[in-house]
Design a protein around this ligand. Structure first.
Ligand SMILES: O=C(CO)COP(=O)(O)O
Ligand SMILES: O=C[C@H](O)COP(=O)(O)O
Ligand SMILES: [Zn+2]
Ligand SMILES: [Zn+2]
Length: 335
């Protein structure tokens, strides 16, 4: 069933308050096999799920292909609460496009300017996020903002791109923008090379933000765990990803226990697919039917996502999600 991300994240927040927390993975989707892998994992574990679409994914799949693939998955798995979310929207235009396409949730990432590269200032972030929230809420769509910029905690904090979130500033940000969910910077970063040494997560920032903002859904970006066995598989079959390193699953479990509700995962899906395809083609050099190796990729994706649904505690939680679609939320925001 198509729901807003607010419905799914509210279930997560209520469970946290009741002392039985679970986090919800938000998995990036770009094509049919990824969508099938994600929905299969959700069905086999009875998990609610957020599928998220980046601007790059929209471009790759010309919007329509992707939207219809996601729609097919929702129709074929009516028992699973699914939210369709825009990942890292960078301005009003792409947000409007996503909402026109039927997305039930959008992220506006105002921590960077519209070019997606230049760090913005706080006032710019507040203003663009506030405008998006107003527009989206009028249509029942959930909104995620971001405060702080992602990077490695071991980088030169404050001097470069990395800017860990200040929990007190987060309170002001949420009050002034009206966002439902807030992405906080806690030392993670996007991609397969997150840490040079030991992984380090700023758990104290999660705890303090959760304490100051008890009703805001908290989001951790850059949360792929970059499983060493997938990296090893890729390297064994001709890849070159020696220094890849992610956020271990037990650190993510700790983050959920401290108050993270949404956990963004893209890289792990890519690694699972690439490892499976490399292995399959190396072992079956005579094979030339793409269905053969894409099937292997799809199965590897489903297995990897199932692992996360179990680790984050999402498994079995589908019945806890309230049936809040766009119409219900439009009425609720209107009050
Ligand atoms: O944050 C993400 C998408 O918004 C994905 O992060 P990863 O690169 O760690 O998968
Ligand atoms: O946050 C970034 C996501 O991993 C999406 O990446 P992408 O822009 O390459 O699709
Ligand atoms: Zn950002
Ligand atoms: Zn992200």
């Amino acid at each position: 069933m198509l729901v807003t991300s607010k419905a799914i994240l509210e279930a997560s927040l209520r469970a946290h308050k009741a002392g039985r927390p679970f986090g919800v993975g938000a998995y990036n989707v770009n094509n049919m096999e990824q969508m099938q892998g994600i929905i299969t994992a959700a069905q086999e574990t009875r998990s609610p799920v957020i599928v998220q679409v980046s601007r790059g994914a929209l471009k790759y799949a010309q919007d329509k292909y992707l939207v219809n693939i996601i729609q097919a998955a929702i129709e074929l798995a009516p028992e699973i609460p699914v939210a369709v979310h825009l990942d890292h929207g960078n301005g009003m235009e792409v947000v409007q496009r996503a909402i026109d396409l039927g997305f039930t949730s959008v992220m506006i990432d105002g921590s960077l300017m519209e070019d997606g590269k230049t760090p913005s200032d706080f006032e710019y972030n507040v203003e663009v996020t506030r405008r998006v929230a107003e527009y989206a809420h009028a249509r029942g769509v959930s909104v995620e903002g971001e405060l702080g910029t992602l990077g490695g905690i071991e980088d030169d904090v404050g001097s470069g791109m990395t800017q860990l979130t200040d929990p007190e500033q987060a309170v002001e940000f949420v009050e002034r923008t009206g966002v439902d969910a807030l992405a906080i910077s806690i030392g993670t970063s996007h991609g397969a090379y997150k840490f040079k040494g030991e992984p380090k997560i700023a758990f104290e920032i999660i705890e303090e933000t959760r304490r100051l903002l008890p009703d805001t859904y908290l989001v951790s970006h850059g949360s792929s765990s970059v499983p060493p066995e997938h990296v090893a598989l890729i390297n064994r079959y001709g890849g070159k990803m020696e220094a890849a390193r992610g956020v271990p699953l037990d650190a993510l479990e700790k983050a959920v226990a401290r108050g993270i509700n949404k956990i963004n995962v893209d890289t792990d899906i890519r690694l699972a697919a690439t490892g499976a395809v490399r292995k399959f083609l190396a072992e079956n050099p005579q094979e030339f039917d793409p269905r053969a190796y894409l099937k292997a990729a799809r199965a590897a994706i489903a297995a990897e996502i199932k692992k996360r649904m179990e680790a984050f505690g999402t498994a079995g939680r589908a019945p806890e999600v309230p049936p809040w679609g766009l119409a219900e939320m439009k009425a609720a925001y209107g009050k």
